[in-house]
Design a protein around this ligand. Structure first.
Ligand SMILES: NC(=O)c1ccc[n+]([C@@H]2O[C@H](COP(=O)([O-])OP(=O)(O)OC[C@H]3O[C@@H](n4cnc5c(N)ncnc54)[C@H](O)[C@@H]3O)[C@@H](O)[C@H]2O)c1
Length: 419
């Protein structure tokens, strides 16, 4: 009897004949499959290295042993019982379920992980919940929606994918805001989206009522949470959320700048100058007409974008980025964008939990930064586990600074009209 190893398989030229009592190691069996090497035991029928249909069919065992039916052994059946020691697993080799590592970011003690909640299980909310769960940074993601069964059904469906995607965050759904208890991060997505022809401010009345009610629930059940507001109109709803919860301004952050920056970078990439991830730009000001994208700071592969793309073309791209939401709404005819908004919101929450956040754009209270009127506006910030760590001062050109000041004045006016 001898042990047949990977080396033996690799040396074989299509067929490897082994003795009846030889031990074929799991690695060797695995390698044989990869190289399509047929293993033949002396005296046995030939065995194909690729698993046969028979080898994956459930085996129905007869009550009495069947009389000498000739069995065609599979590769798995050639592996000696107990040989799956778990030791020496080659990279890429099949790993027994017990050993499978689900996600690198899953901590050893699951209870240490924070909890996140998403209010509104519509398009943006559901996708945000899934994106958050997929990071495995949270012990639980709770989805809340007023429609009975919607959040629970979606949460269960998402949880069914946990093994396939390899995440360890539990997802649950509820109709009740009391389920927010214990949440360290809450993403607010409840509210009406735009329909074709609507501006974001057309949503103010209906969404202000929804945000007000949810804010009361957050204050009551998750009083120490950091809230990321997604509901439109973004700046007004971020202000309202801060006002109604009474949370310090660093704990109520609006999501728009990450999305608008990403949209601009993706559109620049369509010009063929760089991949989206190699374009660096930041969208400040409002999530709408007063959006300011400082082109003086924008780069592609580290080169100033103004040197790569003509001015009139750049102006058209800025315009398209500013109107991207409406462009999607018009195409969809019903509902608004949600893949990139959800990715943006989830990435902000993940950045807080991971720490060491890069400079991103977020809707925050300006509080004297950039010499602006005090309002909620998109500015460059760094985040940490407690929300906004700092507003970052970037060297804006005078025209960009003037556009930002104009945006702040418009937003301050709209917010003052809210009450
Ligand atoms: N900030 C951004 O960049 C950005 C991007 C995309 C969408 N949005 C906004 O996000 C919001 C959601 O968009 P969507 O596409 O997911 O809409 P949607 O209609 O698909 O989902 C909204 C969900 O909110 C739920 N809801 C309503 N009132 C609620 C309440 N009181 N409590 C709990 N749930 C409630 C609804 O039942 C619905 O399921 C809209 O206001 C939209 O304009 C913002």
């Amino acid at each position: 009897m001898s042990v047949v190893s990977v080396v033996d398989v690799e040396k074989a030229n299509g067929v490897l004949v082994i003795a009846a009592r030889d031990i074929l190691t799991p690695l060797a069996a695995d390698r044989a499959k990869e190289l399509n090497v047929r293993i033949e035991r002396a005296g046995d029928a030939k065995v194909s290295a690729s698993p046969t249909v028979a080898s994956v069919q459930p085996i129905v065992r007869p009550l009495k042993p069947a009389p000498t039916a000739a069995k065609s052994p599979t590769i798995e059946s050639l592996i000696q019982p107990g040989a799956l020691s778990g030791a020496l697993y080659r990279r890429g080799a099949q790993v027994p379920p017990k050993m499978r590592v689900t996600n690198d970011s899953a901590p050893k003690t699951q209870d240490d992980r924070p909890r996140a909640a998403v209010v509104g299980a519509g398009h943006v909310g559901a996708m945000t919940a899934l994106r958050l769960a997929e990071t495995s940074l949270f012990s639980r993601v709770l989805l809340v929606d007023i429609v009975p069964g919607l959040a629970a059904g979606l949460a269960l469906d998402m949880w069914h994918s946990s093994g396939l995607r390899g995440f360890t965050t539990q997802i649950e759904g509820s109709t009740d805001l009391s389920a927010l208890e214990g949440a360290g991060y809450v993403v607010m997505t409840a509210g009406r989206p735009r329909q074709p022809g609507m501006s974001r401010t057309d949503l103010t009345g209906v969404n202000a009522e929804i945000v007000g009610g949810v804010a009361d629930g957050i204050r009551r059940y998750a009083p120490n949470s950091v809230v990321v507001v997604v509901t439109n109109p973004l700046e007004e709803m971020t202000y309202l959320m801060a006002n109604r919860t009474g949370f310090p301004s660093k704990r109520v952050i609006g999501m728009a700048g990450v999305l608008d920056s990403a949209r601009f970078c993706s559109l620049i990439a369509l010009e063929g100058v760089a991949r989206p991830q190699d374009v660096n730009a930041i969208a400040l000001g409002s999530h709408g007409a007063e959006m300011v994208i400082p082109l003086s700071l924008a780069t592609a592969n580290g080169r100033p974008i103004e040197e790569l793309i003509a001015n009139d073309r750049l102006a058209a791209i800025v315009e398209r980025a500013r109107d991207s939401g409406a462009e999607v709404v018009k195409l969809l005819q019903k509902g608004s964008a949600y893949f990139s908004p959800a990715e943006s919101a989830a990435s902000m929450v993940a950045a807080m939990v991971r720490g060491g956040s890069p400079v991103i754009a977020a809707c925050v209270q300006s509080g004297g930064a950039y010499g602006l009127a005090d309002t909620r506006i998109g500015l460059p910030v760094r985040l940490d586990a407690n929300g906004v760590k700092e507003i970052v001062t970037l060297p804006l050109r005078s025209d960009e600074q003037a556009a930002l000041a104009e945006a702040a004045r418009s937003l301050a006016k709209r917010i003052s009209e809210l009450s």
